[in-house]
Design a binder for this molecule. Structure first.
Ligand code: XMP
Length: 510
């Protein structure tokens, strides 16, 4: 097991960010539930432990607590926000309850020499990001102050003799200007000799797949999205033609997409079976207007079609492009968050088909998958594709999905993509697409009254799809989109632009 920094997750929205930052610093990091046992942490070859923040107060009923013997681990420990408050509370200091939140930038002063602030100017103020309610009133015995701010007199502390540190602010957030320096300094306190290097990961993954699969065959569904493509290329490197791939066209893909991805697969040397199941999907969606039911039907139909085409002697494994955030989510002990939209995946398949699951990307974040894709020679056209939902265009046609509406939406969406791709904006935007609103409005074309459908254009900026903001497109571009859609898409006489952010709206309309 590779040396790592283990992050105990107390439910902070920044936990994954801490893990990504540590990896960006070239060290492998893993997230574990807050109550992971000392044995589990040791088994992960932990060389340092970070305690994350949390929405809880240490005094609250049900506040998450780690294994009692955490401090007997002989590795450096860094508590961030709640993590620091937990250290304080459990070692006899006092945490002051507060309903008032300190949120935003703050300036800290460094008050004594700490290895955590190595190479930082002792006489200057440093900008950090605060997001907390409770704060430290009194440090535990044997701790000393290392940083303070106007609102948080104890903004940082350290044990006088052991490598245990606490920070009230968030070094992982980019607004903390020297956050990477601080995290790097913490890593320097941990004795880590191995580097987290994606090239080495590829070699290890290829031999890992070879060892697990042996002489068996593997089946996988490939969509042309980043995850399934990278997982397939990696697996093909390991076992060659013993990987069987199926591309299912559900008829709800974007204009020209099936042809484009099939030719990209060919160029990458992947052998893929193309299954056109569009009429089955459309017929099963007949008369169904509810978004969640549409998702369920598409998920189930996908499984049926895949099962039908995925037979073969010796197939024992199912390849899945599961990423680390899904793995973390399924490990979380803080209770499930409310399902806003059930995302479509092939979850029910392995047990139904009695297959073992192969998940070569399960330790990686999305940006790492892209980097590996680059190392594997996958073209940018695939790696930089904007996210596209599993249920495809069906959730961009409000209500019942009819073939005629799919055709209209494909044309409108093609125009949105063509025009934005021509502009310099396409590389910075998160998603851009058209939505068909099956309501009719009155218009006039030539001398004639028209009564036709509405297209909404949705263009958003986002970092991770958790939050998003509508993009301020240039008026000339909006004008081109509108006039092209109205003149080229038969049945549409009005175009509107979606100016809602997430939250409270979502990116997709259903
Ligand atoms: P929302 O609409 O929830 O979307 O703001 C967030 C991101 O997830 C994508 N999305 C989906 N992806 N199956 C998927 O695989 C789905 O059912 C689904 N719904 C939304 C959406 O495109 C955006 O990137």
């Amino acid at each position: 097991m590779m040396e790592s920094i283990v992050i105990l997750d107390f439910g902070s929205q920044y936990t994954q960010l801490i893990s990504r930052r540590i990896r960006e610093l070239g060290v492998y990091s893993q997230i574990m539930p807050f109550n992971a046992s000392i044995k589990q942490i040791r088994d992960l070859n932990a060389r340092g432990v970070i305690l994350s923040g949390s929405p809880y107060s240490v005094y609250q009923k049900g506040a998450p607590k780690p294994d009692k013997s955490l401090f007997s681990l002989d590795v450096p420990i860094l508590g961030i926000c709640y993590g620091m408050q937990y250290i304080t509370h459990s070692m006899g200091g006092v945490v002051q309850r507060s309903k008032q939140r300190e949120y935003g930038r703050a300036e800290i002063e460094l008050s004594c020499d700490s290895p955590l602030f190595k190479d930082m100017d002792k006489d200057a103020k440093h900008t950090v990001w605060m997001s907390h309610s409770d704060r430290i009133e009194k440090m535990p015995a044997d701790f000393e102050l290392i940083a303070s701010s106007a609102n948080s007199p104890v903004a940082g502390f350290q044990h006088k003799t052991k490598p245990v540190f606490g920070l009230q602010f968030h070094p992982e957030v980019s607004h903390t200007v020297e956050g990477m320096q601080i995290l790097g300094n913490f890593i320097s306190c941990c004795s880590i000799s191995q580097k987290w290097d994606l090239g080495a990961f590829v070699d290890a993954a290829v031999s890992g797949i070879k060892n697990s699969v042996g002489r068996d065959y593997v089946i996988g569904a490939i969509s042309g999205g980043v995850d399934s493509t990278v997982a397939s290329v990696l697996t093909q490197r390991a076992i060659g033609d013993r990987l069987k791939l199926v591309f299912i066209d559900n008829g709800l893909l974007r204009y020209g997409e099936p042809e484009e991805v099939m030719s990209a697969f060919k160029a990458m040397g992947l052998k893929v079976k193309h299954v056109d199941a569009s009429s089955l999907f459309i017929s099963r969606l007949k008369g169904v207007a509810d978004p969640e039911r549409k998702r369920k039907i598409i998920g189930k139909t996908f499984i049926d079609v895949f099962e039908e085409h995925a037979h073969g002697k010796g197939i024992q494994w199912l390849l899945q492009g599961t990423l680390y955030p899904d793995v973390i989510e399924s490990m979380s002990h803080l209770g499930p968050s409310q399902t806003i939209k059930s995302h479509h995946n092939v979850g029910g398949l392995p047990s139904r088909m009695r297959l073992k699951v192969l998940e070569p990307l399960r330790l990686l974040f999305k940006d790492e998958v892209r980097s590996i894709g680059r190392l594997l020679g996958i073209p940018d056209g695939i790696l930089q594709r904007q996210p596209f939902p599993g249920p495809g265009l069906s959730i961009r046609i409000l209500g019942e999905v009819k073939q005629q509406h799919v055709d209209m939406l494909k044309m409108a969406d093609r125009i949105v993509r063509e025009e934005i791709d021509k502009s310099s904006l396409s590389t910075t935007l998160w998603q851009y697409f058209a939505v068909l609103l099956p309501v009719k409005t009155v218009g006039i074309m030539g001398d004639e009254r028209t009564y036709e459908y509405v297209i909404a254009v949705r263009v958003v900026n986002s970092r991770d799809a958790m939050t998003a903001d509508w993009a301020r497109l240039p008026y000339e571009l909006m004008d081109r989109l509108s006039s092209r859609i109205i003149s080229e898409v038969v049945g549409v006489n009005r175009v509107v632009y979606d100016i809602s952010s997430k939250p409270p709206s979502t990116i997709e309309w259903e």
